[in-house]
Design a protein around this ligand. Structure first.
Ligand code: ZN
Ligand code: ZN
Length: 261
């Protein structure tokens, strides 16, 4: 069974899902799961507390579940601050994670989810800054296994058309994809927006280009925070990978493994 490689349980600040609920739903859709709890040094919750989790407790709590059906990962918020990079590397090196997904949720102090200032920029200016920053930040954090949700900002923008399409930013997207390929980092097909045509077409244009530039491996992630989304959109992600002959993978003990479909 293939893996959905992006899932949040109650260890993430924004999820309440239990591992039993998650596995029950995954079973129904013939999927295995990688858990990827939030750890963002550059982000704060609304109440001011840190966006992190008790990592030793996480491994203790889920040790009896860990196996062929469930793997234990982390979703790391990436940043280009030297002290954050060092801290993130240390977290990864000192714990036995199966998989590390890297995310750009913030452009330094600028929160892509909540910061309204992004809507004062033109779409062209916003995505130019985002893509430049994301490429630079991946370059500085090459130890990740996959780059999550390249289309993350599309969820929270307020333009007439919030989709991110390859043809609108070809040089910047090429640079970002080259950086992934050079560093042997997968591209994630994030399922959050994949059932909405403009967003699916945007993501597909980037996935197509990833293949053209020499990319081979993708991860498919529901970014599930509740059981109800698990499995439902996975076939759309798989279809997109197949369309461009990309190979869906997951990571176990930080080793890339090809999904059994
Ligand atoms: Zn994320
Ligand atoms: Zn996530």
């Amino acid at each position: 069974m293939p893996f959905d490689t992006h899932n949040h349980t109650k260890f993430s600040f924004d999820a309440e899902m239990t591992v039993d609920e998650a596995l029950k739903k995954a079973d129904k859709y013939n999927l295995n799961l990688v858990l990827t709890e939030h750890y963002d040094l550059n982000e704060r919750q609304e109440n001011g507390s840190a966006v992190d989790f008790a990592i030793n407790n996480y491994f203790d709590t889920y040790s009896s579940y860990r196996g062929d059906r469930l793997l234990l990962g982390i979703e790391l918020g990436l940043d280009n601050r030297k002290d954050y990079i060092a801290h993130n590397r240390k977290i990864i090196e000192s714990h036995p994670f199966d998989m590390v997904i890297g995310s750009v949720h913030n452009l330094q102090e600028f929160d892509l989810y909540s910061d309204r200032a992004k809507n004062f920029l033109s779409k062209q200016d916003f995505f130019t800054q985002y893509l430049l920053y994301a490429e630079h930040t991946i370059h500085q954090n090459p130890y990740i296994d996959t780059f999550a949700h390249i289309d993350y900002p599309c969820r929270y923008l307020n333009y007439r058309d919030n989709s991110l399409r390859y043809e609108d930013f070809p040089l910047l997207i090429d640079n970002l994809l080259f950086t992934l390929i050079e560093n042997d980092i997968c591209l994630e097909i994030n399922l959050r927006l994949i059932d909405q045509a403009p967003f699916r077409e945007g993501l597909e244009s980037i996935v197509r280009r990833y293949k053209e530039l020499g990319g081979r491996y993708v991860t498919i992630g529901g970014d599930n925070h509740t059981p109800d989304t698990i499995g439902t959109l996975y076939p759309l992600g798989l279809a997109m990978a197949k369309e461009y002959s990309l190979i869906p993978v997951y990571f176990k003990n930080r080793k890339r493994i090809i999904d059994e479909l």
